[in-house]
Design a protein around this ligand. Structure first.
Ligand code: GLN
Ligand code: ZN
Length: 754
């Protein structure tokens, strides 16, 4: 075994799987059409890997929806509400729900933007093997002509760690029920061939494992690795170092360990242990979750370093994690400048890098195409060091110069001036920013982008929408207004498009969940703001009302976490650059008379590192950069922030340190439970806990909202509370939004009167 990839993306370079699935779901085609597309994609992707020269190729990295869901099906972990269903109806109902049963929960896969289906387990259920998908895929790959195959499966420890028990108990208690199914699976797989290689993914091993969790590893892998002589087990870890788990794994009969040397450099410290064990090392040296070209020479150096400790024969070369988290290929990018393009490498291009690195490492000859690629790689890495479009002297001077790190006044003083200025009532009402994105609004934006309508026509359309939003909010008697965000397709893209240092792809789609893909913008160079980004829209909106109009920005940490970020400088540096660009906008807004400004940090929590020891560093720069971006705000400018979750127990002090005057959060679904931490920790700033859930089309009644507000008042004093929905309203319809907000205001009036 010499070169490998942990896994390959499956949605297709033209998102073929997405379109096939959505057509089937909407009843426009049969399931056989989905199967046909799936088969074509699998073969095409195997072909790409084989043709690039990758040595061992995966099966079962493909999925029609999600690998965790596939694993649940494989284990027979079917929640009771779906048990009458079969085959594709069962599968897609679990993923998406149906008219009788709600979908299973979905959540983020470690610190990526991929979302998996959360398996639901109970202690009473008995589990039963269903190996059909895996066996079929293996046979398909054989028929296709693949020779060296590895079968990817998600490991039992990770599976249990990411599942939930319906009775909220400890999922690891179910290992005794789940492990026998894995054993049975491996026995089945042993029948497939003379020698069967299984890659068992255990990304959970890169977390800080409790002693109890660590103690599960040895018995599990002692069993799985000895089930059949011809089944060889590799345990793959990724996204961080797995030092603690490796120390245990080396004492089990597995044949190899996969370690990430891109995002888990600390893995270098346990090489001697791996070396002593004589196991194969699957070294991830090409970043599977970013889009930059590899520095091939450096990777070879790194491997040579590794080979000083680990026997070279035992070192295999591959991707740091599944390429699922990268876009597909650069081939369809026609608009990117050739210079920027030369610095990028998507999944298909990464295959070439892996193969070249492996050959150089082993002293094998490159073919002519590979020689040319290597030259191009060297040159691109050189130009990236000095290119003017990346390195902006003015930005660097500013970053290294005197930066205003925080506001001049303390919260206690600011808030008095703000109350004097705005004079808002007790329990002030507001919304989170966006109003329904109607088909007309989307069309106008699209037409303008394509050049089909003029700037003036576009602006008029947006202004008309803003007028409507204002008229409605005044009619509903909301205290603090918003303009509705019609000009924004996406809260990060909108700012990225106006910032220097940002690039956009045409086809850089990455699977987010199921058939959904996102196309994150790319931060390739030093970031700055050539001109104001929101001031004209905001001043227009303010000119249309006597009420306070709240400005609306996206914060630096969220912009960072939802973009592909350059890897030639620290993330915290990039974040600081963005913070300064946003600070300019804050300043321009307040000078233009917009004195209440919301800076959304919807993805603040998403950026948290997987290892506890790294959290303080992240928090330090994330808080620093939020504070930098609002530092220009004078005492009577009120800064709001918004975060899309309600679980603040562990980070409440950090949130407080961000020093926003008002924070709005999502709480409707949890009553007042999750708000309690704000009271308990003595949080002093004002808080707007969502009073109704915006994820559902349901219109909440006045009574219900009154009740919710009263619950909130049990936790925090009325002086500290704002009243707003959970999140932005862009995905809702006006028919839902109008009565909901009217009921919200009605409810507040009833509570105020009491
Ligand atoms: N201001 C944004 C909106 O209202 C916030 C979105 C978000 O929190 N995800 O849409
Ligand atoms: Zn939100």
């Amino acid at each position: 075994m010499s070169s490998f990839v942990i896994g390959f993306p499956r949605i297709g370079e033209k998102r073929e799987l997405k379109f096939a699935l959505e057509s089937y779901w909407s009843g426009k085609s049969d399931f056989s059409e989905v199967e046909k597309v799936a088969k074509e994609l699998k073969q095409r992707h195997w072909g790409y890997q084989r043709d690039a020269g990758v040595d061992v190729i995966s099966v079962n990295d493909f999925s029609l929806y999600d690998n965790m869901l596939d694993t649940a099906i494989m284990l027979g972990a079917i929640p009771a509400r779906f048990r009458d269903l079969k085959d594709e109806n069962l599968y897609f109902s679990m993923a998406r729900g149906n008219k009788d049963a709600v979908a299973m929960e979905m959540t983020k896969w470690f610190n990526t933007n991929y979302h998996y289906i959360v398996p639901e387990l109970t202690t009473n259920d008995s589990y039963k093997l269903n190996a059909t998908k895996i066996i079929n895929e293996y046979k398909e790959a054989k028929e296709f002509g693949l020779e060296k195959i590895k079968i990817n499966i998600i490991g039992p420890v990770t599976f249990l760690a990411l599942s939930k028990r319906v009775d909220r108990g400890d999922t690891f208690e179910l290992l005794g029920k789940i492990l026998p199914i894995y054993e049975e699976l491996l026995s089945e797989l042993s029948k497939l061939d003379d020698k069967v290689i299984v890659q068992i993914d255990e990304p959970y091993f890169v977390k800080d494992l409790e002693p109890k969790e660590l103690s599960l590893i040895k018995p599990t892998y002692d069993k799985l690795a000895t089930l059949a002589d011809n089944v060889k087990v590799i345990v793959a870890t990724y996204f961080e170092h797995a030092r603690e788990a490796v120390k245990v794994l080396v004492n089990t009969p597995i044949i190899g360990i996969g370690l990430d040397f891109v995002h888990g450099r600390d893995n270098l410290e346990i090489l001697d242990i791996v070396a002593k064990s004589g196991k194969k090392l699957f070294a991830g040296v090409v970043d599977g979750r970013n889009i930059w070209i590899n520095n091939i020479e450096k990777s070879v150096e790194l491997l040579n370093d590794i080979a000083k400790t680990v026997d070279k024969e035992n070192v295999c070369v591959g991707s740091s994690c599944s390429l699922l988290h990268s876009p597909f290929t650069l081939e369809y990018e026609e608009k990117l400048s050739s210079e920027i393009k030369s610095w990028l490498s998507f999944a298909k291009e990464k295959l070439q890098e892996i193969v070249i690195i492996e050959k150089l490492f082993r002293g094998k000859d490159l073919n002519d195409a590979q020689k040319a690629l290597l030259e191009a790689n060297k040159e691109a890495n050189e130009t990236r060091k000095t290119a003017e479009i990346i390195h902006d002297k003015a930005v660097q001077a500013r970053i290294n110069g005197d930066i205003k790190l925080e506001r001049d006044d303390k919260f206690e003083d600011r808030i008095k001036e703000q109350h004097a200025r705005f004079n808002y009532p007790t329990l002030p009402t507001t919304t989170i920013g966006s109003f329904p994105q109607t088909p007309e609004v989307r069309k106008a934006r699209r037409d303008f982008k394509k050049g089909e309508i003029s700037q003036e026509e576009y602006e008029n359309a947006m202004k008309a929408y803003i007028d409507d939003c204002i008229a409605f909010q005044e009619e509903a008697d909301i205290d603090i207004l918003v303009h509705g965000e019609p000009e924004r397709n996406d809260m990060v893209e909108y700012f990225g498009e106006q910032l220097k240092g940002y690039a956009f792809t045409q086809n850089g789609w990455v699977q987010s969940y199921g058939s959904r893909c996102v196309k994150p913008p790319i931060i390739y160079g030093d970031v700055s703001r050539p001109k104001p980004m929101t001031v004209d829209w905001m001043t227009y909106a303010q000119s249309k009302t006597n009420r306070v109009m709240k400005g609306m920005l996206t914060g630096p940490v969220t912009i960072l976490n939802w973009s592909f970020v350059r890897d030639d400088i620290e993330r915290s540096e990039v974040s600081k650059q963005i913070a300064l660009a946003i600070a300019d906008e804050v300043n321009d807004l307040q000078n233009a008379g917009i004195k209440m400004i919301q800076v959304d940090e919807a993805a603040f929590k998403e950026g948290y590192p997987l290892r506890t020891s790294k959290i303080p560093t992240y928090e330090a720069w994330a808080v620093r950069d939020f504070k930098i971006c609002v530092a220009p705000a004078v005492a009577d400018t009120q800064i709001h922030t918004h975060m899309c979750y309600s679980e603040f127990n562990e980070i409440i002090k950090t949130i407080e340190a961000m020093d926003a005057d008002v924070i709005s959060i999502e709480t409707a679904r949890s009553g007042n439970e999750l708000l309690k931490i704000f009271a308990k920790s003595g949080y002093k700033q004002e808080v707007g806990p969502g009073v109704y859930d915006i994820h559902s089309p349901r219109v909440p009644s006045v009574e219900e909202i009154v009740e919710q507000i009263e619950k909130l008042l049990e936790v925090l004093p009325k002086e500290q509370l704002w009243i707003n929905p959970d999140c932005g309203l862009k995905t809702r319809k006006w028919e839902e939004v109008k009565p909901s907000l009217k009921n919200m205001v009605e409810a507040v009036k009833i509570v105020r009167a009491k």
